[in-house]
Design a protein around this ligand. Structure first.
Ligand SMILES: Cc1cc2nc3c(=O)[nH]c(=O)nc-3n(C[C@H](O)[C@H](O)[C@H](O)COP(=O)(O)OP(=O)(O)OC[C@H]3O[C@@H](n4cnc5c(N)ncnc54)[C@H](O)[C@@H]3O)c2cc1C
Length: 401
């Protein structure tokens, strides 16, 4: 067996793991990143697309935003459609903050390129990561790299391997508490080679269910439909998808939805999930490995970035000054913001989705709630949550920043 050593072994090359590795290198801390899937798969996986202003600023500071600044689409508002009318939410006017539309897979490509250029040890197609000795000062990671069994001795393990990863499952049962909510509906997400029909996102509330119109570039649209929980993508041929999107999104006086070849479609369960604490022994969980928010408010990727920002700074303190306080405070620093994002995502999900078996009564209530959001001072609170400002103001409770 080949034996290697690093300071931080990072499991998972999603945005969280890759960014953490980049930040650690800037702090002079060595890491190895282990990814189960191939580079091609990771670079093509279509998911998030909305980056809060704070996330973009942080990526700029980290030297990772050149292409994002060139190609990302800057948004200053979005449109709610309900009651057959459009109501604009001018979130930049209300908060001074913009958001960027930039596909998660594009960010992942940028992060991988930066890691490769830095000569980082980033290994793909590692199928069998096994974590050992997490409760000792000398944890190890066993896995197979390019067909060869490897044991990596490390000081810490960063579990950035998403909701289904191995890291959280490696903690002895009972050591972590988990809190979960399953929603009674799901999203059918579609990536289409279709130029945007609108310049801003459209959140449409309809008696047949919620629909979201968004874009990833001037040539590619990303659309979502509320479907039943457990729905299968096979039940949705392209014609059915377009018909349903037109029904829910088109309104008189606004340009019709542009159709185009569907490049990718998948069903996503809506779930809220939080692990407390976000660490155990020498293992630190970050991003989706530690928490999931329903995608309605587009917070998941932004939370992963927020976690690794705190975690990288805590590792820097430990290696620069031998001080564990910030590592010990990691959970307390992250969780208030996580719960804040979850609360907003949960609330926004309830606001926009039609309950299963929803009746006219529910629809009228929904319209009244939306009216209250767009036409009252509540719009500012909504906008502050949407752009991430409210979360940034949430006081951390743990170690030092
Ligand atoms: C349809 C959809 C739409 C979304 N839209 C938005 C949005 O608009 N805005 C937003 O902010 N968020 C959004 N999200 C959420 C966002 O995509 C996630 O929160 C984000 O990917 C979290 O990043 P991560 O690095 O923590 O985890 P992931 O991106 O899940 O990365 C984890 C990595 O670990 C790897 N891995 C898993 N198991 C192992 C193992 N055993 N060994 C090694 N590697 C492993 C995985 O292959 C993966 O590459 C959306 C999610 C979905 C599903």
């Amino acid at each position: 067996m080949k034996r290697l050593r690093t300071r931080v072994a990072i499991v998972g090359a999603g945005p969280g793991g890759l960014l953490l590795s980049h930040l650690l290198q800037r702090h002079g801390v060595d890491s190895i990143v282990l990814e189960r899937r191939s580079r091609e798969h990771v670079e093509r996986r279509v998911r998030a697309g909305l980056l809060e202003g704070g996330t973009v600023d942080f990526l700029r500071e980290a030297g990772l935003a050149d292409r994002l600044d060139r190609e990302g689409l800057v948004h200053e508002g979005f449109v709610f459609r309900f009651g057959s009318r459009a109501h604009r939410m001018p979130f930049t006017e209300l908060t001074g903050r913009t958001v960027h539309m930039y596909g998660q897979q594009e960010l992942v490509k940028d992060l991988i390129r930066a890691r490769a250029e830095a000569g980082a040890r980033l290994w793909f197609d590692v199928p069998d990561v096994e974590l050992r000795g997490l409760e000792t000062d000398t944890p190890t990671v066993r896995c197979t790299v390019a067909g060869e069994p490897v044991e990596i001795a490390c000081d810490f393990v960063a579990g950035c391997d998403g909701f289904h990863g191995v890291s959280r499952r490696s903690v002895p049962s009972g050591a972590l508490s988990t809190y979960e909510r399953a929603y009674p509906y799901a999203w059918l997400g579609v990536l289409a080679q279709a130029p945007p029909a609108a310049e801003e996102l459209i959140y449409a509330v309809h008696s047949r269910g919620f629909a979201l119109y968004s874009m990833r570039s001037p040539a590619v649209s990303r659309l979502y439909l509320q479907v039943e929980a457990g729905e299968r993508v096979e039940n949705w041929p392209d014609e059915r998808i377009w018909k349903e999107l037109h029904t829910r999104l088109d309104i008189d006086g606004a340009p019709e939805l542009t159709e185009g070849p569907i490049l990718e479609k998948s069903c996503v369960a809506l779930r809220g999930f939080v692990t407390e604490p976000m660490s155990h022994g020498r293992l630190f969980l970050a991003g989706d490995a530690a928490h999931i928010v329903p995608p309605t408010a587009a917070k998941g990727l932004n939370l992963a970035v927020a976690d690794v920002k705190v975690l990288a700074a805590a590792f820097r303190e430990f290696y620069a000054h031998g001080d564990r306080a910030a590592l010990d405070g990691y959970t307390a620093d992250c969780l208030p913001g996580v719960w804040q994002a979850l609360e907003f995502s949960d609330w926004m999900s309830g606001l926009l989705h039609r309950p299963p078996e929803g009746r006219v009564f529910d629809g009228r209530l929904q319209d009244a709630r939306l009216e209250a959001v767009v036409n009252s001072p509540a719009a500012r609170t909504f906008a502050e949550n949407y752009v991430g400002l409210a979360r940034e103001r949430t006081p951390a409770r743990g170690g030092r920043p």
